[in-house]
Design a protein around this ligand. Structure first.
Ligand SMILES: [Zn+2]
Length: 473
C-alpha cells in the first residue's frame, strides 16, 4: 500500500536513531574486516536450519506438466530434469544421468513456481490487527507499530512471511520494504530471505513513518557489496520509492540514483502524473487505480509493468483495480500480496481467482480472460515484470529450477479435465505438495523442508507481543 502517512507529521523519531545505527553498522564492518553488513544485532542461532543435502540431478516424473512456455505447452504425462539447480530437459520418458533422484509426480500438476510482485513483508506480523473503524485502520496501525520495530522483528516477520510464501507455492517474491529504519533492518531482511532460500527482489524503501526518503547511501552500499547478500544470485536489489510528485524533486532523484546504479525501480502510484518521463522497462507501478487504457499503453510502450493486489485494494476501499484496461493495453501485469494485514494471506491461487473474476465481472463478459492467461500472469508475466524472465517463470531448459507440484488427489480437486481451470478456480495452498527453488526442495510431501514452522510462529508472536506493548496497545 502507498504510504499516505508521509504527508502527516507523525513519529518523527528516526533521524537520531539512524545516526547510531549507521555508526554501529560501519564500525561493525570495519571490525570484521569484511565488506558485508556486520551483525550489529543479536539473533538466536537457528539450529533448525540445516544445509540441505540433495542430489545434484533430479527428475520429476509422470506429472501433468504445464511448462508455461509458449513453445512447449502442456505435457499430460511429462518429466522435468533438473541438474545443478537448472532445468536441463522437459519431455516424456526422459533419459537421465546415473544417480539421478526420481521424484514421483503421479496425480500432480507440475508447473513453475508463482512469482509474487509486491509485498510489504515486514508488516506480516500485523495480520488480523487491522480493525474496521478509524483509529485502527491500516495506515494508522502500520505507522504506530512500524516505529517500534527492532531489526529482530523485521527478521521474524520476514521468516514468517517467506515460510508462508514457500508453503503456498510462491518461489519468487518482491520484498518491498518501506520500514528500513537503518542498515540493520536491511540486513535482517536479507538474512532471513537468504536463510529460507527463496528467490526475489529486495527493494529498499524509506521507513514506515517519519522518514519520507530512501537512504541512498545505504542503497549504494548494498549495491556495491551485493555479492555478499545475493545468496548466489537468488536475490536482486531494487529501489522502493514513495509516491513521486512534480513538487518533490528528491523522489525523482532517488529514481535517477537507482538508474545510475542499474537498479530497478518500483513505486506506488495511481496515475502517471509527475513521472511519465521516468518510465522504462526497469519501472514497476503498483495499484495504478486511476489509470486507463491510454496510460497503460504508455507504460507498455516503455516496457514498464503494473502490479495489482486486488484483495488489499478492495479491502481498504481504494476501489476495483482497472484490470480490464490493463489487459487491453498489453502492459506486463503482475499479481501481489501487498500486505497480509489487509490481504489476509499469501495465496496466489486466490489472487488468480479474484483477478479472473474481477476481469470478467468488470468486462461483463464470461470469456474476457482465460484461466490460462491468469496463470501466465502469476508465473512468466510476473517474472517479466520483475526483470527475471530469463531466470524463472516457465519450465524452460536453461532457466533455474523453480518448480511446484500441486496435488489433484485432494477433495477440492479430484477430477482433472482442464489443468488451468483447476489451478485458478479450485486449488489452494494446501494442495501444494512440493516446492523447489533453484533446484532445492523447500517443501516436500506437504511439509516445509529445513524450516521449523513452530519456531517461526513462536518468534513472530514474541515480536508482535513486544511491538504491541511498546505501542501501548
Ligand atoms: Zn504496497
Amino acid at each position: 500500500m502507498p504510504d499516505q502517512s508521509l504527508d502527516k507529521e507523525i513519529f518523527n523519531t528516526k533521524s537520531s536513531q539512524k545516526g547510531i545505527n549507521r555508526r554501529s553498522f560501519i564500525g561493525g564492518m570495519t571490525a570484521l574486516g569484511v565488506s558485508g553488513i556486520a551483525s550489529s544485532f543479536t539473533l538466536p542461532v537457528k539450529v533448525s536450519f540445516l544445509p540441505l543435502q540433495e542430489a545434484n540431478h533430479k527428475v520429476i516424473r509422470n506429472g501433468y506438466v504445464l511448462t508455461m512456455d509458449a513453445q512447449r505447452g502442456n505435457l499430460p504425462r511429462g518429466d522435468v530434469l533438473i541438474s545443478g539447480g537448472k532445468i536441463t530437459a522437459v519431455g516424456e520418458k526422459l533419459e537421465v544421468p546415473a544417480g539421478t533422484e526420481e521424484v514421483n509426480a503421479e496425480n500432480m500438476m507440475v508447473l513453475p513456481g508463482f512469482v509474487e510482485t509486491h509485498w510489504h513483508i515486514w508488516n506480516s506480523l500485523m495480520r488480523s490487527l487491522i480493525g474496521s473503524k478509524p483509529g485502527v485502520g491500516y495506515f494508522e496501525m502500520k505507522d504506530l507499530i512500524g516505529q517500534h520495530f527492532r531489526p529482530q522483528d523485521t527478521y521474524a516477520a520476514t521468516r514468517f512471511a517467506v515460510a508462508e510464501a514457500l508453503n503456498s507455492g510462491i518461489t519468487t517474491l518482491h520484498d518491498w520494504n518501506h520500514n528500513v529504519r537503518g542498515p540493520e533492518y536491511a540486513e535482517a531482511s536479507l538474512r532471513a530471505l537468504k536463510e529460507l532460500g527463496i528467490r526475489g527482489r529486495f527493494s529498499q524503501g524509506q521507513a514506515a513513518a517519519g522518514e519520507p526518503y530512501v537512504d541512498l547511501e545505504l542503497l549504494e552500499h548494498l549495491h556495491q557489496h551485493w555479492a555478499d547478500y545475493s545468496n548466489e544470485g537468488l536475490l536482486k536489489l531494487g529501489l522502493a520509492s514513495a509516491r513521486i510528485t512534480d513538487d518533490d524533486p528528491k523522489r525523482k532523484k532517488e529514481v535517477i540514483k537507482a538508474r545510475e546504479l542499474g537498479l530497478p525501480v518500483s513505486v506506488h502510484a495511481d496515475t502517471l502524473s509527475g513521472f511519465e518521463d521516468l518510465l522504462g522497462n526497469d519501472f514497476q507501478i503498483i495499484h495504478a487505480m486511476e489509470m486507463d487504457k491510454k496510460a497503460f499503453e504508455k507504460m507498455a510502450k516503455t516496457g514498464a509493468s503494473v502490479s495489482f493486489s486486488p484483495f488489499s485494494e478492495m479491502r481498504i476501499g481504494f476501489g476495483l483495480p482497472p484490470v480490464v484496461d490493463a489487459l487491453n493495453s498489453g502492459v506486463s501485469i503482475g499479481l501481489s500480496v501487498d500486505t497480509t494485514p489487509l490481504s489476509g494471506n499469501a495465496d496466489m491461487f486466490a489472487l488468480m481467482k479474484v483477478f479472473l473474476n474481477l476481469t470478467n465481472g468488470m468486462a461483463q463478459d464470461e470469456f474476457k480472460v482465460s484461466a490460462r492467461s491468469v496463470l501466465e500472469i502469476a508465473t512468466n508475466e510476473g517474472a517479466r515484470s520483475l526483470g527475471m524472465e530469463n531466470v524463472c517463470g516457465s519450465l524452460t531448459p536453461g532457466k533455474r529450477a523453480d518448480v511446484i507440484m500441486v496435488s489433484v488427489k485432494d477433495i477440492n480437486m479430484g477430477v482433472l479435465t482442464d489443468p488451468e481451470n483447476l489451478l485458478v478456480l479450485s486449488a489452494q495452498p494446501a494442495n501444494v505438495d512440493s516446492v523447489l527453488v533453484d533446484g532445492k526442495f523447500r517443501k516436500r510431501n506437504g511439509q516445509l523442508v529445513g524450516i521449523n514452522q513452530e519456531e517461526i510462529i513462536s518468534e513472530a508472536r514474541g515480536s508482535l507481543n513486544y511491538l504491541l506493548k511498546k505501542s501501548g496497545w
